[in-house]
Design a protein around this ligand. Structure first.
Ligand SMILES: Nc1ncnc2c1ncn2[C@@H]1O[C@H](COP(=O)(O)OP(=O)(O)OP(=O)(O)O)[C@@H](O)[C@H]1O
Length: 306
């Protein structure tokens, strides 16, 4: 496995120094190579705008509490969809119903037309839905690079036997995984700390590492649960740039976020939940003017809104 002694991992600062010495043309070519490595599945771009995932009349109950009440919406390929609503509105429950953590009490979630009701959490990841968590969940004792390499496992084709005998395919997959993981770390802007243990990374780096790990599974849909929590305004600005870059690289993104400015600034469309029900759906400009949304947020300070 990759690690501090692995020759594939550049020495701290090595990559940054290398990039600084490149001409503009070399840098552009290098960035195109990184983008290609990050999203190898280019065909997804051809289908931008088609429905990727449908939440169809989904209800989730916890005993007597209806956390999600007959909610329906679609996520289209190539868009950044914002899922917002006051505290307790049902956003995380919706994420959990989409990613197999909870099973809907009724209704269906479908990915590319395939019902996910009986698919395991791992199976849903393999079908192409990745997520990050409100509370960061990294392998603290592993390096940043190793955390991302682990994420690529969802795509490996070699079975246990192939891995045990270290077949040629297994070795190639391992090499490709390290290369792609390095490209992902560079893509999210933390390649200079690839060899550091995750637990020793600054908070903002850990959040970016979670995103890199999600992208490592080559998801059709990347779900981000409050990725800007705890960020200062400049970090939020940079995160918005990264989320746009992910979308521009061909991915589809679902975003739960508490910061209204960030949500309005980065999303293509927004779905609003309140008390488990969908109360609005539309373009950011429409949502901002929507009377039901304004009423739902009345009295909620600007930076506590999502
Ligand atoms: N596992 C659970 N068991 C019981 N009730 C739950 C569970 N998960 C969520 N709930 C309840 O369901 C409702 C919706 O919660 P959810 O966490 O989905 O809201 P949210 O919009 O993500 O809120 P926040 O912005 O505070 O994270 C809340 O009333 C919550 O207390």
């Amino acid at each position: 496995m990759a690690g501090a002694d692995n020759p594939d991992v550049p020495a701290e600062g090595g990559l940054v120094a290398e990039l600084e010495q490149m001409t503009e043309a070399e840098l552009a070519e290098h960035q195109a190579e990184v983008a290609e490595a990050v999203a190898p599945d280019r065909e997804i771009q051809a289908e931008v705008g088609q429905t990727l995932l449908e939440v169809d009349d989904v209800t989730v109950r916890f005993g007597g509490l209806v956390a999600l009440d007959a909610v329906s919406f679609s996520i289209r390929r190539g868009e950044i969809l914002g899922l917002i609503g006051p505290n307790g509105a049902g956003k995380t429950t919706c994420f959990n119903a989409m990613t197999g953590v909870y099973r809907p009490s009724s209704g269906q979630v479908r990915l590319e037309g395939e019902a996910l009701g009986k698919v395991s959490k791992h199976g849903i990841t393999q079908l192409g839905v990745a997520r990050t968590f409100q509370n960061i969940r990294l392998f603290g004792e592993m390096t940043a690079l190793e955390n991302v390499v682990v994420g690529t496992d969802a795509r490996h084709k070699t079975g246990v036997l192939g891995a045990l005998v270290r077949s040629a395919r297994h070795r190639r997959e391992e090499r490709d995984a390290v290369d792609r993981s390095m490209a992902l770390l560079e893509f999210v802007g933390i390649a200079d700390r690839a060899a550091d243990k995750a637990k020793n990374l600054p908070y903002g780096y850990q959040r970016r590492l979670e995103i890199a790990r999600g992208l490592a599974t080559e998801p059709k849909l990347l779900c981000l649960d409050e990725p800007a929590a705890g960020f200062n305004p400049q970090e939020k600005e940079e995160l918005m740039g990264l989320i746009r870059k992910i979308r521009d690289d061909g991915y589809t993104v679902l975003l739960i976020e508490h910061d209204m400015k960030l949500v309005m600034g980065v999303t293509d469309r927004i779905v609003v939940l309140e008390f488990g029900k969908k109360i609005a759906e539309g373009l950011p400009a429409e949502i901002r003017e929507n009377p039901a949304v304004i009423a739902a947020y009345l009295g909620v300070p600007d930076d506590d809104v999502a």
